[in-house]
Design a protein around this ligand. Structure first.
Ligand code: NAD
Ligand code: UD1
Length: 336
């Protein structure tokens, strides 16, 4: 079975590539390297001892994408390619909508043309907006507060419409909670450009001495220590969920949505304290005001994925901290 991986040079995509290769899949990667480095794929090849075709192309370039489908035998697609920085999406909504929506429209139209109708899509827990309660299950109301989140919500709707128009599609929409951690080897991991937006890469950059202090965005939330609570999930568990989703699509037609989270919420201070304990690094922090657009608590009810996919996250917060730190400490400049 041969899988096309869009965005395969990125953080989650590169881990998916490793997992697929280790499980005997043939793969083809496309990425425009707008938020990644070709070095990640070189290291994936080293790690797995396997080679695979890579096309440095933009999903917006339909002609180039069709050439990939002409050249390669493709049975299914894992669609990771997309822009993901919330703040940037507020500043450049057109760029985000064009890249994420048009990219997906072109991808799915080319898939249809080549009769490839199986797709696993990277959505986000951000589509639940500010949930009225936790844990969040897949039937909760959906909303978005920024163009990034809205692009995910719109793509979910587009995929459902595609299925309505043609019931032979098999579509898995995976809503990720907060992916952190890295491959055990320390050879691939998250490689943010500039100042990290997300908590874990910020913590690891403080630990390595690139930044002075973690800014904790608010300690007046209605949580046990006042700081925001999230469902952190190890990236390797996350990509294992993708393989399960792919296997599910082999056996089931339709469009199905799954939360990929652990079901456990940890606060910002929990993450800082766990990281300190596991890595013996001092992590100075200071509490500042809330970040606009943030919510207090967000964690998954992952029962549906357990029941239908036979998947559940296995790696705990300590392992997430250990693996994030190994990646950061052995690659202080990321892939540069
Ligand atoms: P990433 O930026 O590391 O990877 C995305 C990859 O897509 C990058 O390599 C980028 O160069 C590529 N890309 C972007 N636009 C493209 C285009 N038009 N054509 C070709 N390639 C393109 O991000 P990630 O963290 O690996 O996220 C993967 C997917 O998961 C994204 O769709 C993201 O929105 C989604 N997601 C991520 C998180 C998270 O916390 N990392 C959470 C929820 C959902
Ligand atoms: C953010 C995005 C969300 C996206 C998700 C995964 C925003 C508003 N939301 O979610 O759309 O799907 O990343 O990519 O950007 N925190 C700090 N200090 C920091 C960074 C974060 O205290 O320097 C806190 C946050 O307030 C939050 C928690 O840490 O409580 C996690 O933050 P982050 O890693 O950015 O993820 P989310 O906010 O859940």
């Amino acid at each position: 079975m041969s899988i096309l991986i869009t965005g395969g040079a990125g953080f989650i995509g590169s881990h998916a590539v490793v997992e697929l290769l280790e499980n005997g899949y043939e793969i083809v990667v496309v990425d425009n390297l707008s938020n990644s480095n070709i070095e990640s794929l070189k290291r994936v090849k080293e790690l797995t001892g396997k080679d695979f075709p890579f096309y440095e192309i933009d999903l917006l370039n339909q002609t180039a994408l069709e050439q990939v489908f002409n050249d390669q035998k493709i049975d299914a697609v894992m669609h990771f390619a997309g822009l993901k920085a919330v703040g940037e999406s507020v500043e450049k909504p057109g760029y985000y909508y064009h890249n994420n929506l048009t990219g997906t429209l072109i991808l799915t139209s080319v898939m249809k043309k080549y009769n490839v109708k199986k797709i696993v899509f990277s959505s986000s827990a951000t589509v639940y907006g500010d949930p009225s309660m936790v844990p969040i299950d897949e039937s909760f109301p959906l909303s978005a507060t920024n163009p990034y989140g809205r692009s995910k919500l719109m793509i979910e709707e587009i995929l459902r419409d595609i299925y309505v128009s043609d019931n032979s599609w098999r579509i898995a929409i995976l809503r990720y909670f907060n992916p952190i951690g890295a491959h055990k080897s320390g050879r691939i991991g998250e490689n943010p450009t500039g100042i990290p937006n997300n908590l874990m890469p910020y913590i690891t950059q403080v630990a390595i001495g690139k930044r002075d202090v973690v800014q904790v965005f608010g300690d007046d939330y209605d949580t046990y220590d006042g700081t925001g609570v999230r469902d952190y999930i190890h990236v390797v568990d996350l990509v294992k969920g993708h393989l399960k989703a792919l296997q599910y699509l082999d056996e089931n037609e339709g469009v199905e949505t799954f939360n990929l989270g652990t079901g456990i919420g940890y606060s910002v201070l929990d993450l800082i304290n766990n990281f300190k304990k596991v890595t013996s690094n001092d992590i100075p922090y200071t509490v500042i005001e809330r970040r606009p657009g943030d919510i207090g608590v967000c964690y998954a009810n992952p029962d549906k994925a357990k029941k239908l996919l036979g998947w559940q996250a296995e790696r705990d917060l300590e392992e997430m901290c250990q693996d994030s730190w190994k990646w950061q400490s052995e690659n202080p400049e990321g892939f540069q």
